[in-house]
Each structure stands twice: as C-alpha cells, then as structure tokens.
Ligand binder design. Structure first.
Ligand SMILES: Cc1cc2nc3c(=O)[nH]c(=O)nc-3n(C[C@H](O)[C@H](O)[C@H](O)COP(=O)(O)OP(=O)(O)OC[C@H]3O[C@@H](n4cnc5c(N)ncnc54)[C@H](O)[C@@H]3O)c2cc1C
Length: 416
C-alpha cells in the first residue's frame, strides 16, 4: 500500500478501515540466502538496501524482541555529519545525504527535520579546533559555518554567555544536521524491507552459530535452526555477547547511555545545541519536550536503565549552559545499551569466519549513521567488498594500530 495525501483523504472518508499492517508477521523458513541478526535501525536498513538496491532475495531479519525496542527507539534522535577524520566523515556525510531522501525512498514519514546543530566553543583553542573540523567537513562535501558570539546570541539568547567558567565564544554550525523521529525510522525501514520480500521475524533470539571448517552453515534460534551461508550481525549493545557465540572477542564494551525528556514547553530551542565544556546536548521535540543527554554511565552493563551520578552530571551541564532549564520538570528518562569501541569509531567488516559479517561499535553516533551503515553493510554482504565510504572501518585496525580516534582520547569509552 502506497502512502499519499490522497490515501489519507480516502481513508478519512472510509472510516480508516483500509489500512494494512505495516509489515507481515513472518514465520522463519528452513533456510535463507542472507540472515541479518538484530532488528534495530542498522539491521533493518541493511535488509532494505540489500533487497532494494542490491536486488538480493531470500533475506530474513531476526530480532530477539520487537522492532524498535532497542537503541533505534531509545536515542535522542540527533543526525549530523560533523566528523573530523577521513575514516569517519565520508560515511556520515553519505548518511546525511541518504536522510535527505529517506522519506521518498521509504514512502514513510520519518519526520526528518534539518533544524541545524550548533556545537558551542568556550575557549580560543576550542574555536581553532572547530575551525579545523569545519574545514575537514567542507573538504568532504559537508556544510559547516563558524559562528562568533554575536551570531550565537542571535540564535539562542537564553544561553549563559558570561558564565565565569565556561563563557561562550562562538560555535560550529551545521545547518543540514537536525533530528529524525527515531522509531519511525525502524518502522519505515521495516515496511520497505517487507515490501521487497524480506521476512522480519520478531521474538526470535539467535542463540548460536553453526560453523563448519571455518565457514557459516546456519544459526540456532529460539524458533529453531535456520540454514544460511551469509550472516550479518548488527546487534548494537549486544555485539560482544553475540559474536562470542562464534568464538570472537571484540574490542568493544557495553555501557548504558541515558536520555531525558522534560514536560512539553512552547518552542524554545532552535535546533540541536551541544555544550563544549562538558557532555550535554539538547533539542526540542515537535511535542515540545526538551530532549537531552550526556555521558555514558561509565561501567560495563547490559541494563537498559541508568544510575543517579550521571543524571546529576547531565543536569549540571544543562544548568551551566542554560540556567532556565532548572525550572522545567523532567517527565521521562531511560537507558539504552551502547556498544562502545576502543577508538570511538564503528566497524563494518568481514570476520575471520567465512560468511560471518559484523557491523557495530557505533558508540554515541549510531542513529545518525543508520542509513549509510545499512547501505555499506548491504554492499559488503552482497559484493564481499567494503563500500567506498567504509574502507577504514576494519576490525583489524585494533591490531595494526590504524585507529580512527576522532577525539584523540585513546581506549577510554566514556571520552569518545
Ligand atoms: C539514550 C541514547 C541516546 C542516543 N542518542 C543518539 C543520537 O542522538 N544520535 C545518534 O546518532 N545516536 C544516538 N545513540 C546511539 C544509537 O541509538 C545507536 O548507536 C544505534 O541505534 C545502534 O544501532 P541499532 O539501531 O541497530 O541498535 P538497536 O536498535 O539496539 O538494534 C539491535 C537489535 O539487536 C537485537 N538483538 C540483540 N541480541 C540479539 C540476538 N541474540 N538475537 C536477535 N536479536 C538480537 C536487539 O534486541 C536490538 O533490537 C543513542 C543511544 C542511546 C542509548
């Protein structure tokens, strides 16, 4: 069923009786050509591009819970491509371009809103670093503008510009950045993948891999054995646990990241704003809630809920940046499991096991990467070659030392 204004009008006349389920409730088949493990944003996007762009068939997505129950439905919805390094920026810029055409591609309203992202700087040194980052972005085909204090003041007069410890000196603005309705991304990709023949199988946990002579033969699931020769794993915060079933140890840790939403307020925050002197970022949802977050909790965990010290840290960041936030009431908060890699950058690569492919280590940046990650992973699965935007996202970089350490922070997950 194609969605359109005409269809909306027609359904209004017919008492909304004609809408169909957005995807089929598929039962697992005995075998598939491609199995994607993980029905989050990355797994569903992979299935969509594998079927639509690479014209592959007999594809299944296996999800242990329900579509949208993982980080794809838990994040703070920010999209941007303001990265510094050549290993990262081309993929994130490719992603932003795919976001720009996503709703037409999927025929689904994902509420892509390019309302801009502003990274604030609080010292001359930080301004220089942002100038360098902005130039790197422009060289990779992205947009970037360096704003002085007056220009920032015009955009966001409510910020605390004269804070004695963190005075605001200016900011790096990417106008094409913004927000996207996160769970609509999962539903949109699921709907499109399904319409291209992909079986989306929920409540189907992968519990083991069958490997013979170093090659994949199939997988064990809570709903029985499924034969296949190609498996793409995209399970985000569960990466280490799932890949351990294939005997692989990853340079990835799992941590909790929390998100917060205030009561609905009148329009206030013009786009996405990030604090440069601490870890705090904020935007305003279309319903009016202030949506914000900060650092990971900083200890290994598979719990989808966080602890108080980080709540205090995030709120301190908010108060330092915009003291008026102290008058807003917090409505909801939750946690998601983050797959933090040791250089802060992701992996899209083959593994030493023939037919087993891995996509993970997305850290804070996985939502914005969803379209390009899915595209590049589909490319790898279909052609056995890395996509041109993902050639450096290799698993062996942790052995060879070719790290993609955006922040220069070393192997310390909470600093990436
Ligand atoms: C609070 C929070 C805020 C964030 N904010 C942003 C942001 O603003 N911008 C941004 O770019 N990124 C953000 N992120 C990061 C981003 O959400 C993630 O990096 C990204 O969503 C991960 O990819 P995914 O969507 O595929 O993950 P998920 O949606 O978590 O998908 C993985 C799926 O794998 C399934 N799975 C796990 N194990 C198995 C198994 N054994 N068998 C079958 N299925 C399995 C899980 O159930 C899950 O549904 C945020 C994350 C959190 C938690």
């Amino acid at each position: 069923m194609r969605y359109s204004a005409f269809r909306l009008f027609l359904e209004g006349l017919q008492g909304q009786s004609g809408w169909k389920p957005v995807w089929r409730d598929a039962a697992p088949q005995a075998s598939y050509d491609y199995v994607i493990v993980g029905g989050g944003g990355h797994g569903l996007a992979t299935a969509h591009y594998l079927a639509k762009v690479y014209k592959k068939a007999r594809i299944a997505v296996l999800e242990k819970g329900w579509i949208g129950g993982g980080n794809v439905g838990r994040n703070t919805t920010i999209i941007r491509s303001n990265y510094l390094l050549d290993g990262n920026e081309p993929l994130y810029e490719f992603s932003l371009k795919l976001w720009e055409g996503l709703e037409q591609d999927l025929n689904y309203n994902a509420m892509v809103s390019q309302r801009g992202i502003l990274n604030l700087c609080h010292s001359d040194v930080q301004r220089d670093a942002y100038r360098r980052r902005g130039n790197a972005m422009i060289l990779n085909g992205a947009d970037a503008e360096l704003l002085d204090q007056d220009q920032v003041r015009e955009m966001a007069p409510f910020l605390d510009f004269e804070n004695a410890r963190f005075p605001i000196k200016g900011g790096l603005l990417q106008r094409r950045g913004g927000t996207v309705r996160h769970d609509a991304v999962a539903w949109g990709y699921a709907r499109s993948a399904d319409s291209h023949g992909v079986d989306i199988i929920q409540n189907c946990e992968v519990t083991g891999f069958r490997i013979e002579n170093g090659a994949i033969r199939g997988l064990e699931t809570g709903r029985g054995y499924i034969g296949t020769k190609k498996i793409g794993v995209a399970v985000a915060g569960s990466s280490s646990r799932v890949m351990a079933m294939a005997g692989l140890r990853l340079p990835i840790e799992s941590h909790v990241l929390q998100a917060f939403v205030s009561e609905g307020l009148k329009p206030l925050i013009p786009g996405v704003i990030t604090f440069g002197a601490g870890h705090f970022y904020i935007s305003q949802s279309d319903k009016g809630g202030l949506v914000f977050g900060g650092d990971i909790d900083g200890y290994n965990s598979y719990a989808q809920r966080g602890n108080l010290p980080v709540v205090v840290d995030v709120l301190e960041g908010g108060m330092a940046l915009m003291p008026m936030i102290g008058r807003a009431r917090l409505l909801r908060m939750w946690g998601g499991i983050m797959d933090m890699s040791m250089d802060g950058s992701p992996v899209i690569d083959r593994t030493p096991i023939d037919g087993l492919y891995f996509n993970g280590g997305w850290c804070y940046g996985g939502f914005k990467a969803t379209p390009a990650s899915g595209y590049a992973f589909a490319h790898l699965l279909a052609t056995d070659m890395p996509h041109e935007t993902a050639t450096q996202l290799r698993l062996d970089r942790f052995r060879t030392g070719a790290l993609i350490d955006e922040k220069g922070a070393g192997a310390q997950p909470n600093l990436h």
